[in-house]
Design a protein around this ligand. Structure first.
Ligand code: AKG
Length: 285
């Protein structure tokens, strides 16, 4: 299976984003298409997933939080894709832990916009904090792909805030480019790169799964989350790897081998798995 290249990593470091072409194979894409449409239909008919789905500025559903907790046959296997394990090991470090996941979708006709933003506070020592965005559809200017401002991950807060303010008045910012992709492509975006998208007026559905990830040692330094979150997430990732190994796609020709970071649990196959693992969990619940 394909691996991220050194050139792609260098492009990412310089620009705060990179598009990796043709990562997913057709068998996995077919499952992703089918299962994500089923979840979107569940949301549209106000089924169980709906209360986990955020609305955008136009009041339209677009952001299904905690994807793994909504019964489906694709998201855990997607997380366990060897492309992801390999790139996290090389770009974050071998003590990476996948922390969060969401399904973002732009419904046809009037799909939600996402105003320009950064995803969080800057990492104190400019660590490589990024999301992995996996696309099953063509995402183009026509169906309101995400736009990025290359290099803006390195801007000071003041400049970024000013541009975000401007971009919310008039979407087209100087230097912004559309991150157009094809089915099976993977976009990495630095959490500090300015990004956003417009309303989808086209007739096509546009979907993307976001995976957020951190190194265990960063959390020990900065205390972003209670250690229990990392423990549960670390077990969940091992479970996902096991699940893909047991339920491979016909095109699978390798599995990613993960060693839990020192201080993190090894999942023993009978430990219960929490498919939700809220990021704000504490031992008191
Ligand atoms: O997929 C998009 O249009 C952008 C989504 C996004 O950046 C977000 O939900 O934070």
């Amino acid at each position: 299976m394909r691996k991220i290249t050194g050139d792609e990593i260098r492009f990412f470091d310089e620009n705060g984003y990179v598009i990796c072409k043709r990562v997913l194979h057709d068998d996995e894409l077919e499952c992703y298409h089918r299962e994500s449409v089923r979840l979107i239909e569940e949301i549209k008919s106000e089924g169980p997933a709906d209360k986990w789905c955020a609305r955008g500025p136009e009041g339209i559903p677009y952001y299904l939080t905690y994807l793994h907790r909504h019964p489906n046959d694709f998201s855990l296997r997607l997380l366990a894709h060897p492309f992801i394990g390999d790139l996290l090991c090389r770009m974050v470090g071998p003590d990476f832990v996948p922390l969060y996941e969401a399904l973002v979708f732009k419904l046809p006709g009037n799909g939600s916009s996402v105003p320009w933003h950064r995803d969080g506070l800057p990492a104190p020592n400019k660590e490589r904090v990024f999301n992995i965005d996996i696309y099953p559809d063509h995402s183009t200017v026509d169906n309101s792909c995400v736009w990025v401002v290359p290099g803006s991950h390195q801007w000071e807060n003041e400049k970024a805030s000013e541009m975000i303010r401007k971009g919310r008045e008039e979407f087209h910012l100087p230097g912004a480019i559309p991150a157009e992709v094809e089915p099976g492509d993977v976009l990495l975006h630095h959490t500090m790169v300015l990004h956003g998208s417009t309303v989808n007026k086209s007739e096509s559905l546009r979907r993307v799964v976001y995976f957020d990830n951190r190194a265990f040692n960063w959390n020990e330094k900065y205390g972003w989350h209670h250690p229990i979150v990392f423990e549960k997430r670390c077990r969940l990732y091992q479970y996902a790897l096991h699940h893909r190994k047991q339920n491979p796609y016909p095109s699978d020709d390798e599995v990613f081998e993960y060693t839990p970071p020192n201080g993190m649990p090894t999942w023993n196959g009978s430990d219960p798995i929490d498919l939700h693992c809220p990021r704000d969990e504490t031992p008191a619940g």
